[in-house]
Design a protein around this ligand. Structure first.
Ligand code: SF4
Ligand code: SF4
Ligand code: FES
Length: 216
């Protein structure tokens, strides 16, 4: 066991636990989008879960940092918040904000994080770079909205965990990266008929069962 001080609160965590999980287990919230406990090693792609650690020059991503005995951590310093707000604004710059017409409205993790960080979803500090395709209908049962996707990778992960391989994959690079059904071949019908794990795990409104699309 490691004993840590987080925001002046003493917490315990098993050795080998990452700092984000240790904080969440102790009701200390750190914004995060791309981490799931079952992932093991985090991709650390969302750049949201920064914390400050005593003795270290720069904030670090808590999902990739293992707990250590006597660690002293701050989750709420001005530098940490600045990094988190920058990461959020970058995500928002590639996001079609239309919450009223999105099925994730009021359950969306992006909305929750924006509220927590006091960043307006429609604030315009950066230019918007939306993708040309607003909706991808390649899958027989699912609609995918590239301009709502935060590229967290959770859908790929749960699909692979459940079926031994994922029918989802990331395609393209850089700004053009999207989640794609390219990995599926003919698999979607066999894998997806009775499975909604990817839809359920999506933290935003980027994946939706087509039958519930009628009103969105
Ligand atoms: S994904 Fe979230 S932030 Fe984006 S439009 Fe839907 S509810 Fe709004
Ligand atoms: S579709 Fe949803 S779960 Fe999948 S990468 Fe995009 S935001 Fe994450
Ligand atoms: S949760 Fe740590 S970088 Fe995304």
């Amino acid at each position: 066991m490691a004993i840590l001080l987080v925001d002046d609160k003493e917490i315990e965590a098993k050795n080998g636990t990452n700092l984000l999980q240790a904080c969440l287990d102790n009701n200390i919230y750190i914004p995060h989008l791309c981490y799931l406990e079952s992932m093991g090693i985090s991709s650390a792609s969302c750049r949201m879960c920064f914390v400050g650690i005593e003795g270290e020059d720069k904030p670090t991503t808590s999902c990739t940092t293992m707990v250590k005995d006597h660690m002293v951590v701050k989750t709420d310093t001005p530098v940490v918040r600045q990094l988190q707000r920058t990461a959020l604004r970058l995500l928002l710059s590639a996001h079609h904000i239309d919450c009223k017409n999105c099925h994730a409205n009021k359950t969306c993790e992006l909305q929750n994080i924006a509220k927590f960080l006091n960043v307006g979803l429609k604030s315009k500090p950066l230019d918007r770079y939306l993708k040309d395709t607003d909706i991808d209908l390649d899958h027989p049962y699912l609609n995918y909205y590239p301009n709502r996707c935060v590229l967290c990778g959770k859908c790929l992960h749960v699909c692979r965990n459940q079926h031994g391989q994922s029918v989802l994959t990331f395609a393209n690079r850089g700004f053009n990266t999207v989640m794609s059904f390219y990995a599926s071949g003919d698999a979607p019908s066999s894998f997806c008929e009775d499975c909604t794990l990817c839809v359920d795990i999506c933290p935003v409104g980027a994946l939706i069962l087509r039958e519930s699309q009628d009103i969105f």
